[in-house]
Design a binder for this molecule. Structure first.
Ligand SMILES: [Zn+2]
Length: 162
């Protein structure tokens, strides 16, 4: 979905921002690289198919109070990028791309009725993490995981030793 967003918005913005549509479009997609880190830390697996199953299970279990942290989707990351943009203005387009993507992610979470399932800041995450499950592993451990309708979910869970 984000690739489609990126291509569409990149093409739409081309007349206004010219070749800067390229870093903007790339930023919209590449911001999600941080999900790979989240996936790897929780499962110690790098198989892209497992990655999609993992996210399907997490989204299905947001009602367990899950709190996620995606480092590129945080205020701290924006601050760092804005500092970089002071030296290399191309980073303004990266910030713009990250922000566009992040707003759409947030709308998705609001629609799911879990607007606070992902921390907006590293500091917020450190404060709130004590009261929330912060990984799929913890949700599975609690015995409340719901994998209904997710293809091969049980096979992947055993592969990840959860
Ligand atoms: Zn995202």
């Amino acid at each position: 979905m984000h690739i489609a967003q990126s291509v569409c918005s990149g093409i739409l913005l081309c007349p206004w921002i010219g070749q800067n549509a390229v870093p903007f479009g790339l930023a919209i997609v590449l911001i999600d690289v941080d999900h790979l880190l989240e996936y790897y830390l929780d499962t110690k697996n790098l198989n892209p198919r497992g990655f999609f199953v993992y996210h399907a299970i997490v989204v299905k279990n947001l009602d367990k109070g899950y709190l996620g942290l995606n480092i590129f989707h945080t205020i701290e990351c924006y601050i760092l990028l804005l500092i970089l943009a002071g030296w290399f203005p191309i980073f303004y387009y990266v910030v713009f791309g990250f922000f566009t993507h992040h707003v759409l992610d947030q709308i998705f979470l609001i629609r799911l009725k879990h607007p606070f399932a992902r921390a907006l800041s590293v500091v917020e995450y450190c404060v709130r993490r004590k009261k929330h499950p912060v990984s799929l592993r913890e949700i599975v451990k609690s015995g409340e995981v719901n994998i209904e309708g997710i293809l091969d979910a049980d096979r992947w869970l055993s592969k990840w030793k959860m």
